[in-house]
Design a protein around this ligand. Structure first.
Ligand code: NAP
Length: 257
């Protein structure tokens, strides 16, 4: 059993819904004080409410990961509320679709500035507080898309998710002297509000391509993040965990038969 997170504070960016909400709820269940973050405070309320209804500790905050100023204000507000920051789950991300033929510089920049530069700004803002933590932890939500696989219309997204991992390896070396680890989870297809909207037929055909024969849950990702945030994972840094039900493994359709 992992050491509970009681007394530890975690910031989960992009936790008003989807994977971030799953991470926030699992960390709260394991005792952490959770800062639930999205760009709109009102959107954090359902996650905060669900945590509090289960006797967890959470508070909603409004911040934009694409802005260093906004992240600095967030880090200070969370420290004022909970007394420090022990864990940063850098999870907020966007995945608009755009073909190479039509992609504008603004579309490229928005995705890179949120997904890749957003990780830098979150860490920069939290670093003064993470340095004071007994065991500072950073968990990035990357993806299989980019580092391992591709998808039409997601070249900018894939580049941003691979960039997170390149960033992570050098960051790990800079953070290690402060006893701060940084690792990444790499989700496959995870059942979120956005995916649900694609309809039953789409979900069925997608599940058929996954060896475990189901789409992942937000808890599948959250428990991997929980392990990486735990005291027990103190000797793991700059590593990745693919959580995809084996989706990237088959080398051909025949291999799935
Ligand atoms: P989602 O359901 O669309 O939720 C995204 C969250 O990020 C929301 O809370 C959103 O809230 C927040 N957000 C977006 N831009 C932000 C910004 N600039 N500053 C602060 N918060 C921001 O997304 P998801 O599917 O859970 O994905 C979460 C992460 O997992 C992403 O990094 C994504 O790349 C990764 N991922 C997802 C899947 C999947 O199957 N779902 C697979 C692989 C990787 P607001 O819009 O209110 O700010």
């Amino acid at each position: 059993m992992l050491t509970p997170l009681n007394g530890k504070t975690v910031i989960v960016t992009g936790s008003s819904k989807g994977i971030g909400k799953g991470i926030a709820k699992v960390f709260a269940k394991h005792g952490a004080n959770v800062a639930v973050v999205s760009r709109k405070l009102k959107d954090t309320l359902s996650c905060v409410g669900e945590i509090q209804d289960n006797d967890g500790i959470a508070k909603g905050f409004e911040a934009d990961v694409a802005s260093y100023e906004s992240m600095k204000i967030l880090a200070e507000a969370v420290t004022e509320t909970f007394g420090g920051i022990d864990i940063l789950c850098s999870n907020a991300g966007i995945f608009p679709n755009s073909s190479i033929e039509n992609m504008t510089a603004a579309e490229w920049d928005t995705v890179m500035n949120t997904n890749a530069r957003g990780a830098l700004f979150g860490i920069q803002a939290c670093l003064p507080f993470l340095k004071k933590a007994e065991t500072g932890r950073i968990i990035l939500t990357s993806s299989i898309t980019g580092p391992v696989t591709g998808y039409k219309g997601w070249s900018h997204y894939g580049a941003s998710k691979a960039a997170q991992l390149g960033f992570m390896r050098s960051a790990a070396l800079e953070l290690a002297p402060y006893n701060i680890t940084i690792n990444a989870v790499m989700p496959g297809n995870i059942m979120t509000e956005g995916l649900e909207e694609m309809g039953e037929e789409y979900l069925k055909s997608m599940a058929a391509t996954i060896p475990i024969k189901r789409i992942g849950t937000v808890e599948d990702i959250a428990y991997a993040a929980l392990f990486l945030a735990s005291k027990e994972a103190s000797y793991i840094t700059a590593q990745t965990i693919v959580i995809d039900g084996g989706q990237v493994v088959p080398e051909s359709l025949e291999a799935m038969a």
